[in-house]
Design a protein around this ligand. Sequence first.
Ligand code: NAI
Length: 252
Amino acid sequence: MGRLSGKVALVTGGALGIGAACVTRMIEAGAKVAIVDLHDGTGQALARQHGGNARYFHADVSVEAEVAAAIAGTVEAFGRLDVLVNNAGITGPNKPTHELTEAEWDRVQAVNVKSVFFGTKHAIAPLRAAGGGSIINLSSIYGLVGAPDLPPYHASKGAVRLMSKTDALLYAADRIRVNSIHPGFIWTPMVEQHIASMGGDPEQHRRDTGALHPLGHMGDADDIAWGVVYLACDESKFVTGSELVIDGGYTC
Ligand code: NAI
C-alpha cells in the first residue's frame, strides 16, 4: 500500500516539468491522477504511460468553465477527488513595470492567480464529499521575497501565497488543508525557454545559478514532487496554511 493509495489527485500543468514529476510520484505512491494541461500530445503520452492510473484533460486554467469541466471529468472518471495541485504557471514578459502593457500583466495573473481561484472554487464540493483533502498551490521563493525582474510573475506568486493561507482558514473545518510550495531555481522547460528567450545560454545559466546555492546546484522537478507527495498524504494531516520552501538553501 502506497501513502496515496485510494486517493485521487488532479494536477494542473501536469504534462511537463514540475507538474509531470508530481503526476509520476503521486501515481507511484498509489494515487490515481488527472493531468490537466494545454500540451495535449505530451499530456496524453504521460497518461498512457501510467495506464488506468492517469487520465488527461485538456483545459486552459485561466478559463473557469474549462477548469470546472476538468474537475467534473476527474470525479466522473475516478469517483472522487482528494488532492488538487494548482501547478500550471507562466513566467510572463521580462520587462520592468513601466514598460509592461495591461494585457501582459493580466495574462500572468489569469494563468497564475485566477487559475488557483477557479481550481479551488470547483474542487471544494468534491473535496467536502470525500470528507476532506489537500490543496497544494505552487508559489515560488518569489512569493516570499522580491527580485528586480518579472513584476507580474512575482506579484502573482505573492498572491498565491496569501490565497493559500486564506483558504486554509476558510476550509479547515471541512478538513481541507491548503498549503503553498515555494520552489527555488528548478531546471524545467519553463526555465530553459525563459533563458533562451533572453538570449542566454541555458547550460551556462544552469551551472552559474547552481553555484549560487548553498547546496551547489539547481533543483530538479522531483525535489518539488516529493514535497507535493508529503502535503498530499495523510502524514501531513496537521499541516495547513504553511509555506514549504524547497530551494537548496538559496533564501537562507
Ligand atoms: P513548465 O513550463 O515546465 O510547466 C508548466 C506547465 O503548465 C506546462 O505543462 C504548461 O503547458 C502548463 N500550462 C501553462 N499555462 C497553462 C494554461 N493556461 N492552462 C493549462 N496548463 C497550462 O513550468 P514549471 O517550471 O514546471 O513550473 C510549474 C510551477 O512551478 C509554476 O507555477 C511555476 O511558476 C512554479 N515555479 C517554478 C520554478 C522553477 O524554477 N521551475 C520556481 C518557482 C516556482
